[in-house]
Write a protein that binds this ligand. Structure first.
Ligand SMILES: C[C@@H](N)C(=O)N[C@H](C)C(=O)O
Ligand SMILES: [Zn+2]
Length: 204
């Protein structure tokens, strides 16, 4: 088995696997997501364990929105591109046309997620149980989601993004410059492999 169930390995991690629900930018359960779980390589899990324990010491919990993503999911995104459907536009991409998302690499055909060592995540305050305010939300496609964006954000929102960024970058991850929630393991074990197994609770 190359892909482990992350929550089985790190039980205090929280999940909200949006692509296994209809609350995502397409508004449908995405192909390849059978169970609402996060899968990843053992190397990803190892580093997330380190980050989880540092986050817990700081009073936070990690919450994952997506990790390994099958190629069939990316193919679903590409099929959606050529349809007229934009029912989730007002929530996830109010400022852009659907075609702009693809032309500007907010959505791509070959994603690091498919290699099993990339994760979309945020921090939750363990006292309140609430996500830290990052100034934009998962899969809000726009400039404001760029991790180093400052215009229109409060000092607290900028600080919260930096807390997550430092936790990830200081512990073996590299960022994506369009999404504050997206990090890829620097020394990923399968840099050229795009997996296409399903997301299921027993791993794959
Ligand atoms: C679709 C969006 N959440 C995303 O993950 N975009 C990046 C570019 C990716 O697919 O790797
Ligand atoms: Zn991502």
């Amino acid at each position: 088995m190359k892909l482990l169930n992350i929550q089985k390995e790190i039980p205090d991690i929280l999940l909200d696997i949006r692509y296994c629900t209809t609350y995502n930018f397409i508004g449908e359960i995405i192909d390849g997501y059978i169970d609402p779980v996060a899968l990843g390589t053992k190397e990803l899990v190892k580093q997330l364990k380190v980050i989880n324990s540092k986050a817990r010491q700081m009073g936070y919990r990690l919450k994952i929105w997506d990790a390994y993503r099958p190629q069939s999911a990316l193919d679903h995104f590409m099929t959606w591109k050529d349809t007229e459907d934009d029912k989730m536009k007002s929530i996830f991409y109010p400022k852009y046309s659907k075609s702009y998302l693809f032309e500007n690499d907010f959505i791509i055909e070959k994603s690091a997620h498919t290699r099993g060592s990339t994760v979309d995540l945020t921090l939750v305050d363990e006292k309140t149980g609430k996500e830290l305010d990052m100034g934009s939300y998962f899969d809000y496609f726009g400039d404001i989601s760029s991790p180093l964006h400052k215009d229109g954000l409060t000092t607290i929102q900028i600080q919260n993004r930096m807390t997550l960024r430092h936790l990830m970058l200081d512990n073996g991850f590299i960022p994506l410059e369009s999404e504050w929630w997206h990090y890829t393991l620097k020394d990923e074990p399968y840099p050229d492999t795009y997996f296409n197994v399903e997301v299921k609770s027993d791993g794959n």
